[in-house]
Design a protein. Sequence first.
Length: 69
Amino acid sequence: MSHAFIIEVDSRAAGIVVRDGRSFRFHSACDDFSGLEGQGFRSPGDAQKAAVRHLEAFTGGRGAKLRVA
């Protein structure tokens, strides 16, 4: 089982999540997602959803797409 996953939103890297005990810790790839830096999530999918919500709030809800690589 992999311990790190790339999180993408709208075909761009948002960050990675790395297993940290029983959770996955988010590490942002760019300033747009720095608000999620260090947050823990139950799964890579939960981190993905949070990244999409974060970008939608940041851009005023203009169509973010889900992708977990």
